[in-house]
Ligand binder design. Structure first.
Ligand SMILES: *Cc1c(COP(=O)(O)O)cnc(C)c1O
Length: 320
């Protein structure tokens, strides 16, 4: 399947009714702290607490009746698994979610509560993904990949269409970056509408697979570390087919932020905007507050707050 902006418009129609159209809010606190005006795209208010629902629903909506009956399988750092579990529950499809033992307990519980079967497979995302492929083969399940699938990318790209409608004169969109489905999808949606809009990816310093892969020009394997941005960890896949090319072509820059900068962004969102985000969803704010991204005084900058599924005790220990 070729990945064009048309796929994103199709996705929009398909996901309506399950994935929400999310609000875009002006941020008075960030606009006061930084040059220009800053807006927040709140994917954190999706039913499953992250944007991942968009791609999962778009992919699962096209399953054939026989594929639905056999069920789906996925691998996830938590949020995609929860999205697949939720969509599977709504569509009446049996689902298996492969997780590493690093996935936070809050995310595991949410997946189990939706009726999906959890299998803990391996210590790294790459190991868990290999296990998921083996199970898919053995049990005849369809793999719902967390990012490297044209329908998943098109689903995430619907965020871009909503931005164009809500803020036509936008200059820069700052997007948390891991496998690149979200940033790549948004960049594709925006590029075809207005190639002048800058799309900037942000990852954490510890284990930034897409950043390293763009620099190397091919998929680079990275170590996985403990990080506040747990939802951004994991590789891009040695046989990456779509997202590396998309991100390399369409992202204007990629920045890395430290754990201290992520913590500061979580505090700022909580204390100044009364917003809850998870670490990986706050990296855009971290890149702005640390000065790694410097808007000009006339810029309208959108920051995607991609999810809110942080362990409450962890959040309190950071913002307290
Ligand atoms: C998965 C995820 C990301 C990264 O999305 P990719 O498509 O893998 O780049 C960012 N934020 C949150 C909250 C996520 O769950």
């Amino acid at each position: 399947m070729t990945l064009t902006a048309r796929r994103i418009h199709e996705a929009r129609r398909r996901i309506r009714g399950i994935a929400q159209r999310t609000p875009l809010l002006h941020s008075p606190a960030l606009s006061a702290a930084l040059p220009g005006e800053v807006f927040l795209k709140l994917e954190s208010v999706q039913e499953t607490g992250s944007f991942k629902l968009r791609g999962a629903v778009n992919r699962m909506a096209v399953l054939a009746p026989e594929e639905r009956r056999r069920g789906v399988i996925t691998v996830s750092t938590g949020n995609h698994g929860r999205a697949v579990a939720y969509a599977a529950h709504r569509m009446g499809i049996p689902a298996v979610v492969c997780l590493t033992d690093r996935v936070p307990e809050v995310k595991r519980r949410a997946i189990a509560a939706l009726g999906a079967e959890i299998r803990i497979a391996g210590a790294t995302q790459d190991e868990a993904e290999a296990a998921a492929h083996r199970i898919a083969e053995a049990e005849g399940r369809t793999m719902i990949h967390p990012f490297d699938d044209p329908l998943v990318i098109a689903g995430q790209g619907t965020v871009g269409l909503e931005l164009l409608e809500d803020l036509p004169a936008l200059d820069t969109v700052v997007v948390p970056l891991s496998g690149g489905g979200l940033a790549g999808g948004i960049a594709l949606a925006l590029e075809s509408a207005d190639p002048g809009i800058r799309v900037v990816g942000v990852s954490m310093e510890r284990g930034a697979a897409m950043y390293e892969s763009i620099r190397a020009g091919s998929p680079v394997e990275v170590e996985e570390y403990e990080t506040l941005a747990d939802c951004l960890s994991g590789g891009i896949g040695a046989d990456n087919r779509y997202t590396l090319d998309l991100c390399r072509r369409l992202l204007d820059a990629v920045h890395l932020v430290s754990e201290a900068e992520i913590a500061e962004a979580l505090r700022f969102l909580f204390r100044e905007e009364r917003l809850v985000a998870e670490g990986g969803a706050a990296v855009g704010v971290a890149a702005l507050l640390s000065g790694k991204i410097c808007p000009s005084p006339t810029d309208r900058t959108v920051v995607v707050i991609s999810g809110r599924n942080i362990d409450p005790d962890r959040l309190l220990s950071v913002v307290g």
